[in-house]
Design a protein around this ligand. Structure first.
Ligand code: AMP
Length: 493
């Protein structure tokens, strides 16, 4: 295995070798030096330079034409013209497609090669992850909410089980430290030091959480959205909604999926099947991944990523007791939904039915937006017309109620209502008011009241979403920045 690795390293050796001067180059957090090639090297690199990536996760090729990935091994990129599936060559010369979100360019790898680095995970999510693991000295390093800084989150049982958060600081020489007495040239060196010496920390660093979730791929394989129902094992029922029953499933016996079995006559199927090809290409950590459809038989199946804790609405209601006192976690849930929606907005994609019932909760308290764009294919008048009994009136802004005018700005209004649902732990907006009464209130400019215990700063953001003039509502991109800055101001990072 060790020999294999070094063989691979040789074959895929990076083009920029270190020069004698490289020692004095600034050291990146990951312990690598940024490339400063000489003109001779530049010349050489223009001839032989190819993109080399490193696998962040294992991946098992399933379809012919795909290639398996081995975590930490290197691959040469042959074709990255498609966003989500790249053609690469492994050290043995095998060529095939791999999911592009499973690899990272070697030169940009930084801390991502380490199991203890969890990227943008929030303080609240790191706490739940470490508490779930429940091991003394278990730790992660994450990006601090202040850009460019890192935080170490460490679980200790002394004097009682809790998580401590330490900012990783840098001195004037650019060295990293947790306690000023022990400075190291890079963050990995610092972590190694504290594996052996607690050096002022609550515990020595021991392990990082195992069992981290692996991201979904855009489709189950390269260019695949039609799924053979024979390859789906259908398991227990997860719930049922507008379109029919949803069941957990296994694809080819190994990949967890959710299977929505579309009640016949509820949607315009041909249009949806066409659209599904586009939808499988939408990929973001905070969007429920559409893997594909089984469209050859009836009822058609929609196959998506499986989210173990089900709908956000039920999750909020089930965990009200513990959530109500954890405003940080509630805000983090809102930020996650906002990130998913900012991605849709960037791709000019309108959700049309954003609400807590249409978001799902997965492991590590991840929240993802589901069912985006599906509303366009519903055939039921009661759902599609603003006068219908199933129309989501309570999430609709005036321009939708009056002219059925959907836009990213109508999604923003619905997002404000979703924030309200989150901060009330799943209460029904406008209580028992009938739809007609809600419409009357909204037309008069009356808005939902501030949820009990909700910070004023958070409520101010909801109010911005409920501006009667769509243009005056912020974009999801701006909203995301504002929410992150509120989180920084209100909570210790
Ligand atoms: P829907 O038809 O999308 O409203 O789904 C009905 C219910 O099925 C939801 O409220 C969830 O409890 C469950 N469900 C739907 N999709 C998933 C999924 N991808 N993973 C887990 N549970 C799901």
């Amino acid at each position: 295995m060790g020999l294999m690795r070094s063989l691979k390293r040789n074959i895929l050796a990076p083009v920029f070798v270190s020069t004698p001067g490289a020692q004095s180059s600034p050291i990146m957090p990951g312990g690598t030096t940024p490339g400063t090639p000489s003109s001779k090297q530049k010349e050489k690199s223009s001839v032989i330079r190819s993109k080399v990536v490193v696998a962040l996760y294992n991946y098992k090729a399933i379809e012919p034409g795909d290639l398996s990935l081995e975590k930490n091994a290197e691959y040469e990129v042959i074709d990255d013209s498609q966003e989500h599936w790249w053609k690469v060559r492994d050290a043995q010369g095998n060529i095939g497609f791999i999911p592009s979100n499973y690899v990272k360019e070697k030169e940009l790898l930084g801390l991502q090669q380490y199991d203890w680095y969890v990227n943008d995970m929030s303080r609240q999510r790191s706490e739940s992850l470490l508490k779930q693991e429940d091991k003394e000295g278990c730790f992660v390093v994450r990006n601090s909410s202040t850009k460019g800084l890192y935080t170490l989150s460490l679980y200790t049982k002394n004097p009682h089980p809790h998580v401590k958060h330490y900012h990783i600081k840098q001195n004037s020489k650019g060295e990293y430290y947790l306690s000023e007495k022990h400075c190291c040239a890079s963050i990995p060196d610092l972590i190694n030091y504290h594996r052996h010496n607690s050096g002022g920390l609550a515990s020595r660093l021991k392990a990082s959480p195992c069992d981290r979730s692996v991201p979904a791929t855009a489709g189950l394989s390269h260019d695949k959205w039609e799924i053979d129902p024979q390859e789906l094992m259908l398991l227990e029922e997860l719930g049922s909604g507008q379109f029919g029953v949803v069941r957990r499933g296994k694809w080819r016996g190994s990949i967890d999926v959710a299977v929505k079995m579309m009640k016949e006559g509820t949607m315009s199927e041909d249009d949806f099947i066409e659209e599904a090809k586009v939808m499988t290409k939408l990929q973001h950590t905070n969007l429920v991944q559409l893997y594909g459809v089984c469209s050859k038989n009836r009822p058609i199946f929609i196959v998506t990523e499986y989210m173990r804790h089900g709908s956000l609405l039920n999750y909020l209601r089930r965990h009200e007791q513990s959530l109500v006192s954890n405003q940080g976690l509630l805000l983090d849930m809102c930020i996650q939904v906002c990130k998913g929606m900012a991605y849709l907005e960037r791709h000019n994609y309108i959700h049309r039915d954003l609400a807590a019932r249409n978001c799902l909760v997965g492991s590590e308290n991840t929240v993802k937006v589901a069912d985006f764009g599906l509303a366009r294919y519903v055939l039921d008048d009661q759902y599609t017309s603003s006068g219908g009994s199933k129309f989501p009136i309570k999430w609709a802004p005036p321009e939708v109620l009056n002219y059925t005018r959907f836009s990213s700005k109508s999604d923003i209004w619905a997002y404000g209502v979703l924030m309200w649902e989150v901060f009330t732990c799943g209460k029904m907006p406008y209580g028992r008011l009938k739809n007609a009464e809600v419409v009357e209130r909204v037309q008069k400019g009356l808005i939902l009241e501030r949820p009990k215990n909700c910070y004023k700063e958070v409520y101010d953001i909801m109010r911005k979403c409920w501006s009667p003039v769509p243009e005056n509502r912020p974009s999801f991109r701006v909203l995301k920045e504002q929410l992150i800055s509120v989180a920084q101001g209100l909570l210790v990072d």
